[in-house]
Design a protein around this ligand. Sequence first.
Ligand SMILES: Nc1ncnc2c1ncn2[C@@H]1O[C@H](COP(=O)(O)OP(=O)(O)O)[C@@H](O)[C@H]1O
Ligand SMILES: [Mg+2]
Length: 339
Amino acid sequence: MAFIEARGVRKTYFPKGVPPVHALDGLDLDVPQGTIKGLLGPNGAGKTTAVKALTTLIVPEEGTMTIDGIDVKAHPEQIRPIIGVSGQYAAVDENLTGFENLEMVGRLYHLGAKASRARATELIELFDLVEAQNRPVKGFSGGMRRRIDLAGALVARPRVLFLDEPTTGLDPRSRLALWDVIRSLASDGATVLLTTQYLEEADVLADHISVIDGGRVIAEGTTDELKNSIGGARIEISLGADAADNVVATRAVLAKLGTSEPILAPDGRTLTMPVDNAPAALATALGELGKRGIVPSDAGMRRPTLDDVFLQLTGHAATIEEEAAEPSKKSRRSRKGEK
Ligand SMILES: Nc1ncnc2c1ncn2[C@@H]1O[C@H](COP(=O)(O)OP(=O)(O)O)[C@@H](O)[C@H]1O
Ligand SMILES: [Mg+2]
């Protein structure tokens, strides 16, 4: 039995005036002890619901979940002391200082006054919050909030950590800093379930990835397995105003460069093709297009993104939220809207 295990978990919400939402629709998960599992999925995939179910914040109507052999539904009181949770819904008191927040968590876990202060001091240093520690959290930046929230999850030194989108909304520098902390927690032996909308983040941090969509796992494996299954690098050709005339010919050129089919983006003028050797394939593609008198408006190589994973696995694009999304992605219809 895996350290964290979920089988057939279902959670349905019944919002007023709209059809029921199957937030979890038969979710299965296995997280071996001492590893990081990346739960990768777009906005609305069910990531937060999964974390809430596993951490006893909500009770799913169907399925079984165990952590270290303990049945989560039957014994939530035994689960809570052994886990740490960090996410947008976690409790941070805005009016308390950073230090006081951590100290308070220690008291809640019955660490005692002295030990609570010592642990708070330790975590303030680990998370680089020494200068800000005596300011109320309401004045903290987004990155500082994330760090104090994550620090709060670590106060009681849990062996199991649930991190719900720990870096969403962070600037790149804060993201890198947080990645370092998460890696060092795992190398100290913690078992981590981390949710993310970023393929790159799952790639950097996770030993195993489960891709979820519509409340269930649609693909899983090590990062390498997953990448191989969706192909490695891709080349991308964007056509200009003459796109309508040249899409078919361009598609035919690209189709010869790899084993899968070229994918046409919703804009109708950008074609993407997974290939083994991107520089060579790009050179060949441009040469062949040139022979046919086709001049792309843009051409390049890039690594796969969550959108690629989704397009390939589900035929629809991921809808990614928050600052990292380009405006074009924000306006894209969500999966629910397409149904
Ligand atoms: N309290 C709730 N009431 C109604 N619907 C909800 C509630 N919480 C989540 N949902 C819906 O359940 C689905 C999964 O949500 P969530 O688990 O938050 O996804 P994610 O964290 O991957 O963005 C979404 O369609 C969301 O709108
Ligand atoms: Mg969420």
